[in-house]
Design a protein around this ligand. Sequence first.
Ligand code: ADP
Length: 261
Amino acid sequence: KQPSAPVKEPQNSKSNVHHVIGVVSGKGGVGKSLVCGLLAVELARRGAKVGILDADITGPSIPKMFGLSGEHARAMGELLLPNLTAGGLKIMSANLVLEHESDPVLWRGPVVAGAIKQFWGDCAWGELDYLLIDMPPGTGDVALTVFQSLPVEGVVIVSSPQDLVQMVVGKAVNMANMMKMPVVGLVENMAYVTCPDCGARIEPYGPSRLAQTAEAFEVEALGQLPIDPALSAACDAGTLERDLPRDLLPDAVDAVVRVAE
Ligand code: ADP
């Protein structure tokens, strides 16, 4: 069934967002949020004004990654205000509007979709070059609603190397195609481990299938990330912005910039 024609929600008078890019995955746990955070940090390091709309409502991990655990969004009149990270990124997330961040979000699909629309239409984003959307995992109706109601210009797809996930990548690509949504490209996360003693590159899931998968689905390969305990430690400590090594995934950052040109 073809989804109905999109009805895009307008921006409010306190927002001037130039480009909206989604970060998606076919399933949860592949590192979509980490890649979304990484892209935001790298774009900001290049001088852009960047925000993240955490649309992963039931598993929000963006605030913690940026040291905003326990913080709450404030309101300005009718509008929500995004929280600011130490480096000046603007963040809006379900965790910033829940009383306790460990409260489960027991909302049904339409309520989740409504919350995401509000994070776009009722949030004072100010001037932003890029708003990255950490999309809900998978290809369900909430993801569809985001594509239909927010002016997303393209999606970065994140996958991990296991076999099954390649089929799952196909779902994400097909969803984007059905929504007539340009695919910016494919990032392979957790592709290898570097031995801390000898520097050897170990591929726990076997040789990378990034090039092959990208070709099969006719999307651009945007690079690989290793499994790096320092990355997960930085996410857990809320210090990703400070501790993220420079120039990870440069091709992915370039590709996002090209969408905006
Ligand atoms: P998703 O958004 O796809 O559900 P997350 O980005 O939340 O996945 O990642 C899941 C967990 O795996 C997090 O604890 C994150 O810190 C960790 N993680 C993701 N990618 C890496 C990586 N390349 N190296 C180390 N840890 C990672």
